[in-house]
Design a protein around this ligand. Structure first.
Ligand SMILES: CC(C)[C@H](C(=O)O)[C@@H](O)C(=O)O
Ligand code: SF4
Length: 478
């Protein structure tokens, strides 16, 4: 029988399969961070249990940590979570990349760059953006804290098999259009529920042409389209990225792995529950204006006012979003001024993101009314960027250059957007209060964020630099 890549990944991990019951799946890699693990470890302790496979767990701290003076965690709860993770990892024998580790970083950035994230694996983490790892042809999804405890204790997880959706993206992206714009455009067009109950396979020539970092951006935000997970079939680009990574298979083992991984593709006749076709040439640089990622327009767009065709509920959602964001409707995106620019997060803090943003910034100055920060996704990204001199380009322009962490992506650490102020952010969520109480978030690509930093308002990045400067970077990563 023909199988999709999702069937292949799923079926090869089923430990128990009984009719009308969820399947018990074996988990190959369990990523852990400080926010969603404390109660899970406490649960183990209460029940006098151990961690079944500490060697398949890997922990880091990223959400709560400061990005300036990183050892000085002022918030009590944050400090407690970080200290608790340290104690738990020590007690249960789990490898932890803590604040003084050269391998520390956002969990979804370090998994791939260390070669822990590999095709064919099942990967879970108590974090919704675990979908990022699907870019490698892994079955990767976020789990809740009680499931974290279950995986720690058993290395398995009960799961109902989701529906399957194929999103096929064909053709070349226009100049200045990035993977971030593709996923924002997709959510703007099909909504935040299009993927609900499904795993998405992204396919097509556009996706094949993407670097691993671009693929990760796409899969990272599939969760904002409601999907449980997303996956991209591994290919030469994937293998090239993995080769030589710290924990990746080596030599003969690597060659054999590649042969095995090459079979992880949907069979031509395989059936999906839904298929969506996208023409990449339609996509433009995008900016969110509201409080969901689907409230999003091309940079040339105008913020909506009342839509006569909308239901009462939709009308209310629109009005609430306009009020929260401080708009009346009818404003042009390019009129919106920003006070903060954040280049970072597990969506867009990898080396290629920083390289692209630096090309926009080089030789210019941040607008005097803007505070702009660059937060590399990991210590490795930071080191690589510094070797390339990117930090100097950003610093010379007036950006702050920070230590790695989740930072301004969410209001859980010192990097907060003050009430009523606007931030052009390369992160993935823009709901009310995400970057701090009353903060107004606009999601964009790294190059659009860089352009906004220079102009003090949203601007079409395509007008900022000549074409040759902005050739999409195919750098394979650190
Ligand atoms: C803190 C964590 C549970 C959360 C998530 O699961 O996504 C965070 O990473 C986020 O992006 O909102
Ligand atoms: S960078 Fe943002 S989205 Fe990613 S894990 Fe951290 S908080 Fe979640």
């Amino acid at each position: 029988m023909s199988k999709t890549i999702i069937d292949k990944l799923w079926d090869s991990h089923v430990v128990v399969n009984e009719e009308n019951k969820p399947d018990l799946l074996y988990i190959d890699l369990h990523l852990i961070h400080e926010v969603t693990s404390p109660q899970a470890f406490a649960g183990l302790r209460e029940k006098n249990r151990t961690v079944r496979r500490p060697d398949l767990c890997f922990a880091t701290m990223d959400h709560n940590i400061p990005t300036i003076d990183r050892f000085n965690i002022k918030d009590e709860t944050s400090r407690l979570q970080v200290e608790t993770l340290e104690k738990n990892c020590e007690e249960f024998g789990i490898q932890l990349e803590g604040l003084n580790s050269e391998q520390q970083g956002i969990v979804h950035v370090i998994g791939p760059e260390l070669g822990l994230t590999l095709p064919g694996k099942t990967i879970v983490c108590g974090d919704s953006h675990t979908s990022t790892h699907g870019a490698f042809g892994a079955l990767a999804f976020g789990i809740g804290t009680s499931e974290v405890e279950h995986v720690l204790a058993t290395q398995t997880l009960w799961q109902n098999k989701p529906k399957q959706m194929k999103v096929n993206i064909e053709g070349d992206l226009g100049f200045g259009v990035t993977a971030k714009d593709v996923i924002l455009w997709f959510i703007a067009k099909f909504g935040t529920n299009v993927g609900t109950g499904s795993i998405i396979e992204f396919s097509g020539s556009t996706v094949r042409g993407f670097s691993m970092e671009e693929r990760m951006t796409l899969c990272n935000m599939s969760i904002e389209a409601g999907a449980k997970a997303s996956v991209i079939a591994p290919d030469e680009t994937t293998f090239e990225y993995i080769q030589g990574k710290r924990y990746a298979p080596e030599n003969q083992d690597f060659k054999q792995s590649c042969e095995r991984w090459s079979k992880l593709a949907s069979d031509p006749e395989a059936k999906f529950d839904q298929v969506i076709e996208i023409d990449a040439s339609e996509i433009e640089p995008m900016v969110t204006w509201g409080t969901t990622p689907s409230m999003c327009l091309p940079v040339s767009g105008v913020i909506p006012v009342k839509d006569p065709l909308s239901t009462n509920e939709e009308e209310q959602a629109l009005q609430n979003a306009l009020t929260y964001m401080g708009f009346n409707g009818n404003e042009r995106i390019e009129e919106i001024s920003v006070q903060h620019v954040f280049i970072g997060s597990c969506t867009n803090s990898r080396l290629s993101d920083l390289i692209e943003a630096s090309k926009v910034v080089e030789g210019s100055k941040v607008h005097p009314d803007v505070r702009a920060i660059v937060v590399p996704g990991s210590q490795a990204v930071k080191r690589e960027a510094e070797t390339l001199g990117l930090h100097q380009i950003f610093l010379d322009a007036g950006f702050e250059w920070r230590e790695s962490g989740c930072s301004m992506c969410l209001g859980m650490n010192d990097d907060i957007v003050p009430e009523g102020e606007r931030c052009a952010s390369t992160s993935n969520r823009n709901f009310a209060g995400r970057q701090g109480k009353g903060a107004r978030t606009h999601l964009v690509s790294p190059i659009m964020a860089a352009a906004a930093a220079l102009k003090g308002k949203f601007t079409d990045v395509r007008s900022v630099l000549p074409v040759k400067e902005l050739e999409v970077n195919r750098y394979a990563g650190v």
